[in-house]
Design a binder for this molecule. Structure first.
Ligand code: SF4
Length: 473
């Protein structure tokens, strides 16, 4: 039995409790989303590929492409910043399926290899690169392979590990790390009142028992701090009269809890993943550097009678292969795509890391935790970077349909989003630096120096979009 929450319950708390009481509604919504998801990824691969005359409103494949990459994914990212991981807990078809099948699965204990913290970075990096190798934004078969493959992996994980849990979501989902970072900015969270929790033990003695909560992403509820891991499913709302949906400052989790929750894999994901590999994936198709290197290498290979890298016999699930669409990667093209993305990731990641490391050093003796904490101030610009990259697909689809007014509007919004992200990142950095100045008496000049290094990091992150929107547009 859940203990009745305090009498003066805010509207937000009531909303959380309402969701808990109507959990069956959430389950039904999940099945509707699963149905829509299945239609969008299963039907287009069995239809002919669209020709140049196909439009969003006249061809289901183009429509699915627009809905999936142009609307669905950018707005999933936005929803996480605004509402926390409601997408994961309430709407995600993979999570719902994984949890559903785990009721009937083998229920094995989670193996140690799966608990490794690096999967969130590796899974994101590999999925991003593989998606570009097979042109996942353009071709339905590639979508089915990447997203369908991920869904099957989620189901298999659910069948093998955990009971009524989301082991896949917590440890292996390729976007888990990104969502966990973005959720730190959410103004909503389920807050645990430690006093009320302790107090509830006295009531428990009187009332005899408390109904346990099934937290599918395996969060130890009593010690939950922040919204990063929480899927906002609302099942724990009102539990022991101590957990409730609350407003908070979007800066709170990063500034106040950032040091405790910081780890090297989050830092790698922000610097090398979101601001590195993802930028490379969005860049290569418009980069003049990519074309120049490709021409140089092709000439070198021809001059030296080495022809096999120029052959286009790789199957579509290794490198893009759609001859009728005139879109075929040679082994050289595919290798260069991988090389370009990895090099961009390493270059941007390392330069950004150097800036944040200087910032860290200026604040006093080297501290890895402080470095990870400072890096978290880049989450807003990293999140917006991925949002803009995904919405670039929206723009190209709208442009192909001659909806130029919408294209102009979205491009203007890009600058607004970039400006907001820069201000938010700088604000977080100022708050974090101020904490350390107070803690270690680092001095105001050191603090200003640390912030200048951080501003340099912001300028470097922005340069990726300056190249995309101004130089290579
Ligand atoms: S802590 Fe767990 S049960 Fe509570 S809302 Fe978050 S995911 Fe759901």
């Amino acid at each position: 039995m859940n203990i009745t929450p305090a009498p003066r319950t805010s509207r937000l708390e009531k909303a959380g409790h309402w969701l808990r009481r109507h959990y069956m509604v959430i389950c039904k919504v999940q099945w509707v989303v699963l149905f829509a998801y299945a239609i969008l990824i299963l039907i287009p691969p069995f239809m002919p590929l669209p020709d140049d005359a196909a439009h969003i409103w006249s061809n289901f494949t183009v429509f699915a492409q627009f809905v999936f990459w142009g609307i669905w994914w950018p707005f999933v990212l936005l929803s996480i910043v605004l509402l926390g991981r409601v997408w994961c807990g309430v709407l995600c078809p993979e999570g719902a399926l994984s949890e559903f099948v785990s009721k009937y699965g083998l229920g094995h204990a989670i193996p140690r290899w799966m608990r490794w913290g690096g999967w969130r970075f590796i899974a994101f990096g590999l999925t991003t690169i593989y998606g570009q190798m097979i042109s996942v934004y353009q071709y339905p078969k590639a979508v089915l392979l990447v997203l369908g493959g991920s869904t099957i992996a989620a189901i298999v994980t659910g069948l093998l590990y955990g009971q009524k849990k989301r082991v896949w979501c917590k440890y292996l989902c390729p976007v888990n790390g990104v969502f966990a970072l973005l959720a730190r900015l959410a103004p909503l969270h389920y807050r645990v009142d430690e006093y009320a929790w302790r107090f509830s033990y006295m009531q428990v003695e009187r009332d005899n028992h408390v109904t346990p909560v099934n937290c599918a992403p395996l969060i130890p509820l009593r010690n939950m701090k922040g919204a990063s891991a929480c899927h906002m499913c609302s099942r724990c709302s009102g539990h022991r009269g101590a957990i409730s949906l609350q407003w908070r400052s979007p800066a709170q989790e990063i500034v106040e809890l950032g040091e405790k929750g910081a780890n090297c894999w989050d830092t790698a994901l922000i610097l090398y993943g979101l601001l590195g590999i993802a930028n490379g994936a969005f860049h290569w198709s418009v980069s003049p550097l990519f074309v120049s290197v490709k021409q140089l290498l092709a000439e070198y290979l021809i001059d030296h009678d080495i022809f096999w890298p120029l052959e286009t016999n790789a199957p579509w699930f290794i490198f893009t292969h759609y001859p009728k669409q005139n879109d075929v990667f040679s082994w050289l093209d595919g290798s260069l795509v991988i090389g370009y993305i990895v090099t961009t990731g390493l270059l941007y990641g390392t330069i950004l890391l150097a800036c944040v490391a200087c910032s860290n050093l200026l604040l006093g003796r080297w501290s890895a935790l402080r470095l990870h904490h400072l890096t978290q101030a880049l989450i807003p610009i990293a999140g917006v970077s991925v949002f803009l990259g995904l919405s670039a697909t929206t723009v190209s689809l709208l442009r192909a349909d001659h909806l130029l007014l919408l294209v102009d509007l979205i491009k203007k919004l890009w600058f607004v989003f970039l400006a907001i992200a820069n201000i938010a990142s700088l604000y977080l950095a100022i708050k974090i630096v101020m904490r350390y100045i107070r803690c270690i008496s680092a001095g105001i000049l050191r603090g200003i120096g640390a912030l200048l290094c951080f501003i340099l990091a912001l300028a470097i992150a922005d340069s990726a979009w300056w190249l995309m929107l101004s130089r290579w547009a």
